[in-house]
Design a protein around this ligand. Structure first.
Ligand code: FES
Length: 99
């Protein structure tokens, strides 16, 4: 219903989402890449382990916390993709002093 017209599709960049190559539109957020990759969850809550996916896409809900280029606790919706970026789901709480 909301498909982009083929003649105006933006250029794409390739990123790695949970180790798998994924092409996303240039200028998209890392959270968009997580959603496009089709993962069942992009993080688990530290207390109950409940699965989460990016929700608000504007830096409010923190459900998009992910490990980006080895750095945990990044708000993926606030990070623009670049070629070769490594985006991984965040499992549990970030370890103090460990990326
Ligand atoms: S999706 Fe809500 S803060 Fe990123």
């Amino acid at each position: 219903m909301f498909a982009t017209r083929p003649e105006i599709r933006p250029a794409t960049v390739e990123v790695l989402v949970d180790g798998q190559p994924c092409r996303v539109p240039e200028g998209a957020s890392a959270a968009a890449a997580l959603l496009l990759a089709g993962l069942p969850a992009s993080r688990e809550t530290p207390v109950s382990g409940a699965p989460r996916l990016p929700y608000c896409m504007m830096g409010v809900c923190f459900d998009c916390l992910a490990k980006i280029d080895g750095v945990a606790n990044r708000q993926a919706c606030m990070v623009t993709v670049r070629p070769g970026m490594r985006i991984a789901p965040q499992r549990g709480a970030r370890m103090a002093g460990v990326a």
